[in-house]
Design a protein around this ligand. Structure first.
Ligand SMILES: NC(=O)c1ccc[n+]([C@@H]2O[C@H](COP(=O)([O-])OP(=O)(O)OC[C@H]3O[C@@H](n4cnc5c(N)ncnc54)[C@H](OP(=O)(O)O)[C@@H]3O)[C@@H](O)[C@H]2O)c1
Length: 258
């Protein structure tokens, strides 16, 4: 078997949430470059159009769907639009997520709710909807949830985020158990520090640079560092992999700071 065939996504229909920037935009472009038709979902419509334009300019197929992952009606519309354009969604990348910087004692209830709604509830309901539709269509499929190294470790000022990402890892395992026999795989990617526009200023500051000394590989990740694991989990190359969380973190989750 040649790698190009093993990882080929031709005929697959992917839906990527949070595709307007950062990792989600990269995931969408990589899936499209490897043959998938891709539905892009996020709130910032112009940003989605720009990602769509890059994909189509490169010869791929994409549609942009404006929507908030916390809006269940918008979720139904997004799956309907993807189906109408390309057929049943067979790869879901549950990537949309938000962070916060509050210490626990200062955490407002509204902020706790916002983080848990987006990073956990929406991940469950989008996975549930994708799975329902895959089963109804008699399609095998792959659901990929984006967790974090903060799903197994903690840092100050991340209480809601860390709880949400830990839950995503357990959600992935629980869903995989119920769906494996029906041909739907559910896995997670747990990135370490990956430089994207939301954290670039911090990671490239002196304080941020000091963090790299703790990373075994000696550098932060770049968006393209996740391409391989994404393609493995999305394609038939990963056909016997389900319920797992793959850490793509330069080794940081294995070491004590110091
Ligand atoms: N970068 C890292 O170091 C890192 C490490 C571990 C895990 N992660 C995870 O990776 C994922 C992507 O993060 P990123 O670094 O690429 O950050 P980002 O550039 O801020 O991307 C977040 C994406 O989520 C979307 N989003 C947020 N809330 C949404 C909502 N309510 N409805 C629809 N879309 C929503 C945003 O789009 P709109 O604002 O246009 O809606 C945006 O496209 C997140 O789940 C994050 O927790 C990132």
């Amino acid at each position: 078997m040649k790698a190009v065939e093993l990882f080929d996504l031709s005929g697959k229909v992917a839906l990527v949430t949070g595709a307007s920037s950062g990792l989600g935009a990269r995931f969408a472009e990589v899936l499209a470059a490897n043959g998938a038709a891709v539905a892009l979902v996020a709130r910032r419509a112009e940003r989605l159009e720009a990602v769509k334009a890059r994909i189509t300019a490169a010869g791929g197929r994409a549609i942009a769907i404006e929507g908030d992952v916390n809006d269940r009606a918008a979720m139904q519309r997004a799956f309907d639009a993807a189906e109408k354009a390309f057929g049943a969604v067979t790869v879901l990348v549950n990537n949309a997520g938000v962070a916060h910087a509050h210490r626990a004692v200062e955490m407002p209830a509204t902020e706790w709710r916002r983080v848990l709604d987006t990073n956990l509830d929406a991940v469950f309901f989008w996975a549930q909807e994708a799975a329902r539709r895959m089963l109804a269509a008699g399609q095998r499929g792959s659901i990929i949830n984006i967790a974090s190294i903060l799903g197994i470790a903690v840092a100050k000022g991340t209480v809601a985020y860390a709880v949400s990402k830990a839950a995503v890892i357990q959600l992935t395992r629980a869903l995989s158990l119920e769906l494996a026999f029906r041909g739907v795989r559910v896995n997670a990617i747990a990135p370490g520090w990956i430089v994207t526009e939301i954290n670039r200023d911090y990671l490239e500051s002196d304080k941020g640079k000091a963090l790299t000394r703790q990373i075994p590989t000696g550098r932060f990740g770049e968006e393209e560092d996740l391409d391989g694991v994404l393609l493995l989990l999305a394609s038939d190359a990963g056909r016997y992999i389900t319920g797992t969380t793959v850490f793509a973190d330069g080794g940081i989750s294995n070491v004590l700071p110091g």
